[in-house]
Design a binder for this molecule. Structure first.
Ligand SMILES: [Zn+2]
Ligand SMILES: [Zn+2]
Length: 210
């Protein structure tokens, strides 16, 4: 039941409009979903479902707010347009914190979604797979990567284990220099085997203590 007070001939009268109320409620909940949308007035930024974008405010401390667009929706006239945004978590945002085998540009694709107005979008970025990221010759400011997903209610990363390398038995960090042992074919961090970057350029074949 919904009562709308209206003023008729200086007397406050309560009038009941059941049909109007139900139509309004249905219209406001029926959102139109689209695959792409050109944001008006934002330097011709056109977004698509599955794009990765940076939100305003641009950072939380030093960390950019990066989300994946899982949906774009607005009213039937495409007003109040929002994105269904799936958060990328930084290692710092998780209970594990940042550990040394995490890349500087490593994100975790989470299962945490929120709706945000398209006006909050600051620009696009690229969140690549681990293999794509490793193949880059040049890493640009808008390049990031992910290899783990983060289940935010369980505070758990998946997969729980990946291949490990070196005497420190840790996953690859694409930002740390490694050298291949010709004996065991394992990769070793330069700092774990006490080899400087300069020395490593002179080593053509490395044999560890294997
Ligand atoms: Zn190591
Ligand atoms: Zn070896």
């Amino acid at each position: 039941m919904f009562y709308l007070p209206i003023l008729i001939t200086n007397k406050l009268t309560v009038v009941y409009f059941p049909s109007i109320v139900s139509i309004t409620a249905t219209q406001s909940s029926r959102r139109k979903f689209v695959d792409s949308y050109a944001i008006p007035g934002s330097a011709k930024l056109k977004i698509q479902v599955s794009d990765n974008v940076i939100l305003r405010p641009k950072n939380n401390g030093d960390l950019l707010l990066i989300v994946k667009i899982d949906g774009i929706h607005g009213t039937q006239q495409m007003k109040n347009v929002k994105i269904r945004a799936r958060w990328y978590y930084w290692p710092e945002d998780t209970s594990q914190g940042r550990r040394f085998f995490r890349g500087l540009r490593e994100l975790f694709l989470s299962d945490h979604s929120e709706d945000h107005y398209v006006e909050c979008i600051d620009g696009k970025c690229k969140v690549r797979t681990f293999n794509e990221y490793q193949e880059l010759n040049l890493v640009m400011d808008d390049d990031f990567f992910w290899r783990f997903q983060y289940l935010h209610t369980e505070r758990k990363l998946t997969p729980e284990s990946v291949e490990v390398f070196c005497i420190c038995k840790t996953p690859l960090n694409p930002d740390l220099r490694m050298i291949l042992c010709d004996g065991c074919q394992d990769w070793f961090h330069l700092y774990c085997i006490n080899v400087s970057l300069e020395e490593s350029t002179r080593i053509s074949h490395y044999y560890g203590a294997c």
